[in-house]
Design a protein around this ligand. Structure first.
Ligand code: NAP
Ligand code: MG
Length: 499
């Protein structure tokens, strides 16, 4: 950290960062068995923040055992749903009370603006905890009138139970560390499972601070275990025979590895993977709103969003003016470190991501794309990239086909409704889509035609805790958020009683 970073830190954040960062296993904070640690760094400067325990397969094994004991022998499974409700609600309240602390710690570790990490990431995470607290008391089965063709004279009482899966491994990425952890932890715990959380190596800190919240709220030991470390810890978790379910958010490439690793014991798997989402602007849209919304679609969180609207389809008659307006608006963004309150666009999370995004930009330029703005590094330290708007692209360019995960958009013209739906669907992904038009019928027709798990009309990033979220095609398996998140962490049992 630099002195200017240190001087901005809240005392609680400075104190937390100064302590040893260990693993949470069976209610105790322990070092990795290997004794190894790794560094987490501030992406605004590339300088280390602190060292964190580097858990590996043996620590994952210990954590799985602790979660198993907590599930089978601890008070958790016998607890009344409204007792779990109160504990989850308490987590939400503590997150709300300490939103600035969590927000600043997230900004330090991930690079995003602290104002956003507080008002969006942490505030929303608190909401997710409270929403799922409410679901703990609403998990229910059905009673079923059975016909029983082989027992014409019998009378039966048949019903279904929804029961927890058991031990769940939760593997999360670095783009929304606290929020992605909360999306998985809250429904898994509401349903009565015990869990092992594996944060991304780039951003372990808010998960560890959240670990302290579970202790404070009064969760029994072993219900939530946290193993920080590298991808090998995630691989060990997804392959472990003692794990009943793995929930993952991250790249499609690693998602496929998880599917293979899970085959050993056929554990349940849910996946929230990559995207290359289309954002479609018809000429009849409210263009001022569409410009602002289309910039946010790919620039929010520095483009490090699985739903980023990075294929901007603009109707041909407005293409030149619209893309220029998007480029002009993007170029206005105030770039800087996340801890500077004026910052709108922070650094990418790591050198690796910087190199990856820069590689795509260079490839786009080499392929013949034209940057209306951006196209290069910003500043001399840290991992900042200028927001970049590409035109003169073809559908087969890598900047059009592949997930870049940086503030880079490729704009393509289209003529009409049918050809834009075809072009939008020409992707292995299907996570989200934006549509901008004043024609309500066209909006609904296009919403039905695009292959995407979420469609946002006359807005972008229109998430809500109550709305299901997940991917078509290679963007994933299952739906998080909403009350259907409980389905990811429960299984149905049919009970049939001869009366
Ligand atoms: P990633 O490798 O998919 O990482 C996501 C999580 O999976 C991290 O916790 C990671 O641990 C863990 N992991 C890595 N290898 C694993 C394995 N074999 N088995 C189980 N877990 C494993 O993502 P990344 O490398 O950080 O980013 C690469 C690209 O993925 C990005 O450029 C972006 O395109 C995409 N991505 C998508 C999302 C999304 O929300 N859909 C989020 C992040 C990244 P470590 O961090 O310790 O490796
Ligand atoms: Mg970091």
């Amino acid at each position: 950290m630099t002195t200017s970073t240190e001087s901005r830190l809240l005392p609680e954040v400075a104190e937390f960062v100064a302590q040893d960062k260990r693993l949470l296993i069976g209610g105790a904070w322990v070092p990795a068995q290997s004794g190894q640690t790794f560094e987490t760094e501030d992406p605004a400067t590339g300088r280390p923040i602190t060292r964190v325990a580097q858990g590996d397969a043996q620590d994952v094994d210990r954590a799985v055992q602790a979660a198993r004991i907590a599930f089978e022998e601890g008070p958790w499974a016998r607890m009344k749903p409204n007792e779990r409700e109160r504990l989850l609600w308490r987590v939400g309240d503590i997150l709300s009370e300490r939103a600035e602390i969590f927000g600043q710690l997230e900004a330090l570790d991930n690079g995003k603006a602290a104002t956003i990490a507080t008002a969006v990431d942490t505030a929303w995470a608190a909401d997710v905890w409270r929403y799922n607290a409410g679901l703990a008391t609403k998990i229910k089965g059905d009673s079923v009138n059975v016909s029983m063709p082989f027992s014409p004279d019998g009378r039966f009482h048949a019903y279904t139970l929804r029961q927890p899966l058991g031990v769940c491994g939760l593997i999360v990425p670095w783009n929304f560390p606290l929020l992605m952890a909360s999306w998985k932890l809250a429904p898994a715990l509401a349903a009565g499972n015990t869990v092992i959380l594996k944060p991304a190596e780039q951003t372990p800190l808010t998960a560890l601070l959240l670990g302290e919240v579970f202790e404070e709220a009064g969760f029994p030991p072993g219900v939530v275990n946290i193993v920080t470390g590298y991808g090998d810890a995630g691989a060990a978790l997804s392959a472990h025979d003692g794990v009943d379910k793995v929930a993952f958010t991250g790249s499609t490439e690693v998602g496929k590895k998880i599917v293979h690793a899970a085959a050993g014991n056929l554990k349940k798997v849910s996946l929230e993977l990559g995207g290359k989402s289309p954002n479609i602007v018809y000429a009849d849209a409210d263009l001022d709103a569409a410009v602002a919304g289309s910039v946010a679609a790919w620039m929010f969180n520095h483009g490090q969003c699985c739903v980023a609207g990075t294929r901007l389809f603009v109707q041909r008659e407005i293409f030149d003016d619209f893309t220029q307006a998007v480029a002009d608006a993007a170029a206005q963004a105030k770039i800087g470190p996340g801890l500077d309150p004026a910052t709108e666009l922070g650094p990418l999370v790591s050198q690796e991501q910087f190199d990856r995004v820069d590689g795509y930009i260079q490839q786009g330029l080499a392929d013949g794309a034209r940057a209306l703005t951006g196209g290069k590094r910003w500043g001399t330290e840290g991992y900042f990239v200028e927001p970049t708007v590409f035109v003169d692209v073809r559908p087969d360019f890598s900047i059009v086909e592949e997930e870049i995960f940086g503030p880079v958009v490729a704009a393509l013209p289209f003529d009409g409704e049918d050809d834009v739906a075809r072009a939008a669907n020409d992707s292995i992904y299907g996570l989200a889509a934006g549509i901008w038009t004043r024609d309500i019928s066209k909006a609904h027709r296009t919403a039905a035609a695009v292959q995407a798990g979420s469609v946002w009309v006359n807005q972008y990033n229109g998430f809500d805790t109550a709305l299901p979220f997940g991917g078509f095609k290679q963007s994933g398996w299952g739906r998080e958020l909403g009350d259907c998140a409980i389905d990811l962490y429960t299984q149905t049992k049919a009970v049939n009683v001869a009366l």
